[in-house]
Design a protein around this ligand. Structure first.
Ligand code: NAD
Length: 462
């Protein structure tokens, strides 16, 4: 019997016991929403298909509602974004012609604080994808206990096809268009796939020009001299490492000599790989948009970083064998780190994995059916909503430092990050063991409880 059959579609008989917030879940009487009543929210503006990110997110919510006792009556709140803005972004190209891009900013939930979430530049970005990414931000911020709601933004564009000047014009126009809903106390964007510190600097400057005063706190992930934080660039990878280290300890997997395979060697994947290699692990396979390479004796990390910096991809790394992209999922390894895109681990691939531990550096890399397969096969999955929360945690530090105009040392930041991640994972782990649920459902349970308590306490306006 799969995990989904055991819990997700039938539901447990006990609700969660909430700690430290004055809500005694054991006293909550029964469920107001039975699992069989849970359904896809019927939004006219999006039609999720079976494997789409938004559908994956909805399935994850359905799995947790039965654990929320009477709070489940607010469950529909989680299944629809509070606000979704679609903007037209017209710019003049260097050759004098005008081109229009489609942009989005979605604020999924603001019950616990201002929106927080990155901006993605990718030709395949859709409103539905941004909705899912914004919802995972809501869960992530609540799961780690940050005082934020969830948001996300994106533009349908291949940024590599634009010149720097065109990229700047597009970023500035997009920032102006979404300026009506962002702000240091409203919604704070950050980098995501194909965006970086330079893009954040342009966003900060554009917002500041429009409002008439320098507002460093409107975005995070900025360059250091513009109010950025030490440690932010590598924070997400560091969080993947910290949660991975803690999870490995719990399953008696020694990092010294452990073999890791990484999909996506960008900001997240490469930072995480470096830290694992420093801890004695061996990088045995890498896949990125330029191909897949394997070396059972381990990649040389310094050479790997050099190639990535020089070429923007792994393809020209010499000391490894090029293998078929699909063979990546059969590689003999102990730890698998998907750190690229959504929907990568399908049920079929999950059945072939050799890893004992999967660390979700990317957002939404695993489909719900694959979750069940990995659970049944005894593979421990540290889900995105806790595993990659290191980035937003240091973004939170950056935001706090910007308000106080007092900046911390990199050591202080890394120590605080480590403690927040370890404490959050411990609480989630205990929840998972107490209720015999996966770490993903446990993270959703902890987070949704916090979000819906805030929802209930704030009350319904008017
Ligand atoms: P990035 O742009 O720096 O790197 C993306 C990597 O994915 C690159 O190595 C690229 O080659 C690879 N890739 C792209 N298409 C691929 C394909 N089809 N097959 C295999 N590899 C492919 O992006 P990033 O910031 O490292 O983000 C990666 C993931 O982590 C995303 O899911 C993002 O949402 C998530 N994430 C990022 C942060 C952050 O702080 N940057 C925080 C939380 C989560």
């Amino acid at each position: 019997m799969s995990f989904g059959e055991k819990f997700g579609r039938r539901g447990p008989t006990v609700a969660l016991h909430a700690g430290g917030v004055g809500h005694e879940f054991a006293q909550r009487q029964g469920m107001t929403t039975s699992p069989t009543e849970t359904r896809m929210s019927n939004l006219s503006y999006v039609t999720p298909h079976a494997d789409s990110p938004w559908q994956t997110y909805l399935s994850q919510v359905d799995r947790v509602l039965p654990y929320l006792g009477s709070l489940a009556k607010w469950g529909e709140t989680l299944k629809r974004p509070k606000r979704a803005l679609i903007v037209d972004v017209p710019i003049e190209l260097d050759n004098g012609t005008v081109r229009h891009f489609e942009g989005y900013r979605v604020q999924h939930n603001l019950s616990r604080g201002p929106g927080k979430g990155g901006v993605r530049y990718h030709p395949d970005v859709t409103l539905e994808e941004v909705m899912a990414l914004s919802a995972w931000m809501t869960i992530k911020c609540a799961g780690v206990g940050l005082p934020y709601g969830g948001a996300k933004g994106g533009i349908r564009v291949d940024p590599k096809a634009l010149s720097m000047k065109e990229l700047e014009r597009m970023t500035r126009r997009y920032t102006s268009e979404i300026g009506i809903i962002i702000g240091p106390q409203r919604d704070i964007p950050a980098p995501d796939v194909n965006t970086n510190g330079q893009i954040m600097a342009w966003m900060m400057d554009t917002y500041s020009m429009n409002t008439g005063s320098t507002a460093t706190g409107v975005v995070t992930g900025k360059p250091i001299h513009l109010g950025g934080s030490l440690g932010r660039v590598k924070a997400t990878g560091r969080g993947v490492f910290v949660t991975g280290r803690e999870a490995a300890r719990r399953i008696n997997l020694n990092l010294d000599g452990a073999r890791i395979a990484v999909q996506g060697m960008g900001n997240v994947g490469s930072s995480a790989a470096e830290l694992f290699v420093q801890a004695g692990a061996k990088l045995v396979a890498v896949q990125d948009h330029t191909g897949t390479l394997a070396n059972p004796n381990g990649f040389d990390m310094a050479d790997t970083m050099e190639v990535l910096k020089r070429d923007g991809g792994i393809a020209n790394y010499k000391n490894a064998e090029r293998i078929d992209n699909e063979a990546f999922w059969d590689v003999d390894c102990d730890i698998l780190i998907p750190a690229a895109l959504e929907g990568q681990i399908t049920a079929a691939r999950a059945n072939r994995l050799k890893a004992k531990l999967v660390l979700e550096g990317a957002n939404g890399p695993t489909l719900p059916d694959a979750d069940d397969v990995m659970h049944d096969r005894g593979i421990l999955v540290v889900p995105d909503v806790i595993c990659n929360a290191g980035g937003v945690t240091v973004s939170y530090f950056e935001w706090v430092q910007d308000f106080s105009s007092f900046f911390w040392s990199e050591d202080e930041i890394n120590v605080r990050l480590d403690k927040i991640m370890v404490d959050a994972l411990r609480h989630i782990y205990e929840t998972s063991e107490r209720h015999k649920i996966t770490l993903r459902t446990a993270t959703f349970a902890v987070a949704c409880e916090r979000i819906l308590i805030a929802r209930e306490e704030r009350g319904l306006y008017p």
